[in-house]
Design a protein around this ligand. Structure first.
Ligand SMILES: C[S@@+](CC[C@H](N)C(=O)[O-])C[C@H]1O[C@@H](n2cnc3c(N)ncnc32)[C@H](O)[C@@H]1O
Length: 237
């Protein structure tokens, strides 16, 4: 289990405000949702609520879901007016239905086996109204593997310095996955804390995504190319 999303969820929250531009991410999703007349939305992999606060501030009827309670605790304190629930995207059940379901932050990368990807798509379909919109971004195979290399990140959050040393190892078969070993060194000016995470992530080909969406009852409306990632907009048939 990733410590970044559990014991050290606060470090995720502090770091990622400097890694992603959440205003831009919000504008991107907002444009897709408006184009598809979607107001009642479910965000899967909502993390610490960095997008939730923007969805709520812009009047969306919003529900956030995440696997990790520690991420949700931060989300709840950051965005008290939003609704959040704990759950696994592979096996979600709701009494209500949504006009759009989003999987943000490329969180589908954590679903590494085919059956669970299909279970996720079926779960999403059940959560959507007829002709509802499904939006999600993924890492693109093989583009992501072409120049995969180890790298280091240095992030400052207030007086806190966070160093992350990333080591990546390709595992091409059976699916296009890679092991990500991340070592964190956190200096808050008084103490230095270190921890290490070992995670496996998955990339997808467009063909694979197309096939999986087709057999779970979705029609692809749009694919937005982002270089090493792409975002899919699909409609429940
Ligand atoms: C890279 S973070 C993205 C968080 C947020 N969307 C953001 O952009 O800040 C990935 C998130 O996916 C969540 N996650 C991983 N596996 C999940 C699963 N099976 N079901 C629901 N959420 C999951 C993690 O707990 C984490 O919060």
């Amino acid at each position: 289990m990733s410590q970044l999303y559990s014991t050290f969820a606060n470090i995720y929250h502090e770091m990622y405000q400097h890694i992603f531009d959440y205003d831009k991410e919000f504008e991107f999703y907002d444009a897709i949702l408006k184009k598809n007349n979607s107001h009642k939305i479910l965000e899967i992999g909502c993390g610490t609520g960095l997008l939730a606060q923007r969805f709520v501030a812009n009047g969306y009827d919003y529900l956030g879901l995440d696997l990790h309670e520690e991420m949700l605790q931060i989300a709840r304190s950051e965005v008290p007016s939003a609704k959040f629930i704990q759950g696994d995207m592979c096996n979600m059940q709701f009494k209500e239905q949504f006009q759009a379901v989003l999987i943000t932050g490329r969180s589908l990368a954590y679903i590494i086996n085919d059956k669970e990807v299909l279970d996720t798509f079926i779960s999403v379909s059940n959560a959507l109204v007829y002709k509802g919109t499904f939006v999600f971004g993924v890492f693109e195979a093989p583009a992501i593997f072409e120049d995969m290399h180890d790298f280091e990140q240095n992030i400052e959050h207030g007086s806190k310095k966070i160093k992350r040393i990333n080591k990546l190892k390709k595992i091409i078969s059976p699916a296009e996955t890679w092991d990500w070993n991340a070592k964190y060194i956190i200096d808050d000016g008084v103490t230095i804390t270190e921890f290490e995470d070992q995670t496996t992530l998955r990339a997808f080909t467009r063909k694979d995504i197309n096939e999986k969406l087709k057999i779970t009852g979705f029609a692809v409306k749009e694919i937005i190319d982002e270089g090493k990632t792409f975002t899919v907009v699909a409609e429940k048939k």
